[in-house]
Design a protein around this ligand. Structure first.
Ligand code: NDP
Length: 278
């Protein structure tokens, strides 16, 4: 029986997860396919119920269902509960388990690119779902301090309320405040949705001059961005979001199949699919 896995979200057509996961399934000789399951909110309950079929191994969940999906699951992991988001569902003998692999995905990609991350003060731009996963990953890595700056108040207030117990400082996005804070930052992370298009930057690029030499700039956008190009021009270490995407997918692959993920093949497939999307 060919097994099925899919991506539940709305929209999903742009996703490169099928390319990454189908490459992994092929590399490991697993008889399964990864599909796109476009799902409006009104069909979410029915979609999740369909995962209990014998041929389904599980699913990924993306925007806007990562929180809403929880109520339809039999169990949700501690880490997903803490993140307020399920991005992976595992089907085992009729029961559905919700998990979150974005946190481990970010932690693995940062540790690989920046082995000294544990000793470096971190600064996160953004306060949405991705920023939440990043803040939890930074806590798991054990960075000395995490500072978060966001454009609007509403998401920041939600972050304060929902990440109770995780230590982080908050800052506004005004340039003077950023200029004062950046000289002590070791890792700057863009977790806003700004960056995919040329000319889009989450902060004024001349602020990069305030970062110390040897700092690392990370952008969760899974391609090169103006922010990363400017950081490289300043001689800083950079990391885009593609390894995070692959490592969260690798964690999910192992949860579904109990097989070690072929990370190198997944990275290659991800880069090819990403470049084809440009
Ligand atoms: P959300 O919609 O939850 O949050 C968006 C964030 O971006 C908010 O902090 C928002 O600030 C900020 N933002 C949006 N527009 C602007 C703007 N014009 N100026 C300044 N800030 C802005 O999105 P997610 O957190 O889910 O995703 C954020 C990004 O991370 C996306 O690009 C996504 O693709 C990427 N991502 C990458 C992953 C990977 O594996 N590489 C995994 C998950 C996400 P405000 O509150 O003020 O609106």
């Amino acid at each position: 029986m060919t097994r099925r896995i899919g991506l539940i979200g709305n929209p999903v057509a742009h996703s490169i997860s099928p390319a990454i996961q189908n490459a992994a399934l092929a590399a490991k000789g697993i008889d399964a396919t990864y599909e796109l399951w476009q799902t409006p909110l009104a069909e979410l309950a029915e979609r999740v119920a369909s995962l209990r079929a014998d041929d389904v191994l599980g699913a990924n969940v993306t925007v806007p269902h990562k929180l809403a999906v929880m109520e339809y699951l039999d169990e949700v992991s501690e880490v997903a509960t803490r993140a307020g988001a399920v991005n992976t569902i595992v089907h085992r003998e009729g029961r559905l388990f919700g998990d979150n692999t974005d946190i481990a995905g970010f932690a693995t990609s940062l540790r690989a690119a920046c082995p000294d991350a544990k000793t470096l003060p971190a600064f996160v731009l953004g306060a949405g779902g991705a920023a939440r996963a990043v803040i939890l990953a930074l806590a798991e890595i054990g960075v000395p301090t995490t500072t978060v700056a966001n454009r609007g108040e509403a998401r920041m207030a939600a972050l304060d309320a929902e990440l109770a117990g995780i230590a982080f400082q908050r800052l506004g996005m005004d340039e003077a405040g950023l200029r004062d804070a950046l000289p002590t930052v070791g890792v700057l992370i863009n977790a806003t949705s700004i960056g995919w298009h040329p000319g889009e930057t989450p902060l004024s690029l001349d602020l990069l001059a305030a970062l110390p030499e040897g700092a690392t700039v990370v952008d969760l956008t899974y391609r090169d961005t103006d922010l990363l190009a400017a950081a490289r021009a300043r001689g800083l270490r950079t990391l885009d979001g593609l390894p995070m995407l692959v490592h969260q997918g690798a964690e999910a692959f192992t949860l579904w199949t109990s097989v070690e993920a072929p990370v190198a093949e997944m990275l290659t497939a991800a880069a090819i699919a990403r470049d084809a999307r440009r």
